[in-house]
Design a protein around this ligand. Structure first.
Ligand SMILES: Cc1cc2nc3c(=O)[nH]c(=O)nc-3n(C[C@H](O)[C@H](O)[C@H](O)COP(=O)(O)OP(=O)(O)OC[C@H]3O[C@@H](n4cnc5c(N)ncnc54)[C@H](O)[C@@H]3O)c2cc1C
Length: 520
């Protein structure tokens, strides 16, 4: 992927695009993969970086959702479990199974969760990741040695999927590009254009890097802007009533000592009736999440002090050593694009299913859903968009479409495993210049050469792109990421041909972003 080349394609095009997609999160990029692999001409515009919104801020689980099982949403659980299996087949370098332990402190928990999780296994059918079973106290502690032992009666183990959301997203973007899609980050939809009858026939977007506006024509337009969907719908119809009930969820990141093994903890019922996870993630411990209704939808949402307190308190109920504010390495916040505007303040009860609506002027909006079901959402959406836009009908092929970097045994690439089949090329890049083998910061597992790779092949345009999404430095250790910024800026400037002023501006901007990942 090369941004300059993508911009040239847009400028040179005289024909309307088959579909214009607005939004470069899991939903939009998933649609781009689906539509481009059916052979449609696709343009996608993302106002910031790919994945800047919710799609880099999830709990990083590819799961059926035990919570939805509790709510009795069997269809959603079955669909998600099937998608989990499909994704593992198409992206074994990016998704892996993870053992989850439900610790039991009450006599009824083992039979209750044991049976519930057997149902979960059954619903997965041939896509199962491994059978659940009841564990003795000793076996539970072997898996999670840091669990509180007082009153512990054992646990239930089950399996689900784990992934790195931003890495899957960039690899999906590269998959779409490989299928011929044109994708632009830092391209913000500014306005729609209409034909004589008032139907949408194109859009104007602003290239954020140059400030220039470009006008494009499209047969169909898809609004895939997740929590921002209503802002875009209002560009089409200023009077439209809201669709999204935004709610934010936060995660805290601690070092590995809080969860030293390879298993995760699942707490099925917190004080306020939610599910909470503690998960081993890229050498750290990720704990979350919360569910807090919010009024505004910013690009950089901030954790509320009470959300941080709630997670610390809940973690302290289960871990021998209760984590404190001083132990927090990073805190990140995402906004759920929940569909179902209502006066009900408890957004946890709203549907996680996706919704497609079509406006009178032909704008197709898709919202809701979850990362796990992005492929099914995309298939559904492109089916509707093709009919709406009068495109010739073509079958979806993504059930068996390998995702960029596909590799059956990526573990052999060690720390570069997540790059899958790209790893040998990165190894060459590292070998060609020994300075590229140095770490960007002693506390971060990232090499200088990865900066070069991300700029050349993964359209990283800012330090934030690299430290927050091409690698997860900001999410793993915010202070270290802020300290690494000048080094990353220098490497990026050399690749992109920018001067020292750009480096200084970038470091300052990233410093401000990074502050939002440190607890107050
Ligand atoms: C705390 C939390 C935890 C979660 N955990 C999980 C999980 O473990 N597993 C799971 O399956 N799901 C999970 N989810 C759900 C999942 O993350 C979301 O459903 C999914 O990421 C939404 O993707 P999206 O593309 O719809 O939205 P987004 O990722 O927000 O993408 C929308 C994009 O549109 C862009 N945009 C907005 N306006 C414009 C404009 N004018 N022009 C151009 N672009 C624009 C934004 O910049 C943004 O990048 C979680 C969600 C949250 C909040």
């Amino acid at each position: 992927m090369n941004r300059e080349e993508m911009i040239s394609r847009v400028l040179e095009r005289t024909e309307p695009w088959d579909i214009l997609i607005v939004g470069g999160g899991a939903t939009g990029i998933g649609i781009a993969v689906d539509a481009a692999s059916r052979g449609y001409d696709i343009l996608l515009v993302e106002q910031n970086d790919f994945g800047k919104g919710t799609s880099s801020r999830s709990t990083k689980l590819i799961h059926g959702g035990v919570r939805y099982l509790q709510q009795g949403n069997i269809t959603l659980v079955m669909e998600a479990l099937k998608e989990r299996g499909i994704l593992l087949e198409n992206a074994p370098h990016l998704v892996h199974d993870l053992a989850f332990i439900v610790p039991n402190y009450d006599w009824w928990e083992a039979p209750f969760y044991g049976i519930g999780l057997k149902v979960y296994d059954l619903l997965a059918g041939r896509y199962g990741f491994g059978p659940s079973r009841i564990l003795s106290t000793d076996d539970t502690l072997k898996r999670i040695p840091t669990l509180k032992t007082e009153g512990l009666r054992g646990g239930v183990i089950y399996y689900d999927g784990q992934f790195d959301d931003a890495r899957l997203l960039i690899n999906l973007a590269r998959t779409a590009a490989g299928q011929g899609a044109t994708l632009l980050n830092y391209a913000r939809l500014a306005a729609f254009t209409r034909d004589g009858a008032g139907y949408l026939d194109g859009a104007v977007f602003e290239d954020i890097e140059t400030g220039k506006e470009h006008s494009v024509k499209a047969r169909g337009i898809i609004n895939a802007t997740g929590p921002f969907a209503d802002q875009v719908r209002r560009m089409d119809d200023a009077e439209v009533s809201p669709l999204i009930s935004p709610s934010q969820g936060i995660h805290l990141v601690f070092d590995k000592s809080f969860l030293p093994g390879n298993s995760a903890i699942m707490v099925p019922h917190t004080k306020d009736g939610r599910v909470m996870f503690a998960i081993p993630y890229l050498g750290a411990t990720l704990v979350g999440t919360t569910d807090t209704p919010i009024a505004e939808v910013p690009l950089e949402p901030r954790a509320l002090p009470e959300e941080i307190d709630f997670i610390l308190e809940t973690a302290g109920l289960y871990l021998q050593k209760a984590p404190s504010r001083d132990d927090i390495l990073s805190v990140f916040t995402g906004i759920r694009p929940l569909v179902g505007a209502s006066d009900d303040k408890n957004t946890a009860s709203l549907s996680r299913d996706h919704t497609i609506i079509i406006s009178n002027s032909g704008l197709l909006t898709i919202a809701g859903g979850k990362w796990t079901t992005y492929r099914q959402m995309a298939e559904d959406c492109v089916n509707h968009a093709a009919t709406l836009s009068g495109l010739d009908s073509r079958p979806c092929v993504t059930k068996r479409l390998n995702i960029h970097g596909y590799h059956k045994s990526p573990q052999k690439f060690g720390s570069l495993a997540l790059y899958g089949s790209d790893a040998p090329a990165i190894q060459d890049l590292l070998r060609s210049d020994p300075t590229r083998q140095k770490l960007i910061h002693p506390a971060l597992p990232t090499l200088c050469g990865e900066v070069v790779w991300a700029v050349r092949f993964e359209v990283a345009r800012t330090i934030d792109d690299f430290l927050a999404r091409r690698t997860r430095s900001l999410f793993l250790n915010a202070q270290a990421a802020i300290q690494a910024a000048p080094r990353v800026a220098a490497l990026m400037a050399a690749e992109l041909g920018y001067n020292e002023q750009w480096e200084r501006d970038q470091v300052a901007t990233f410093g401000r972003i990074g502050q939002g990942y440190l607890p107050d």
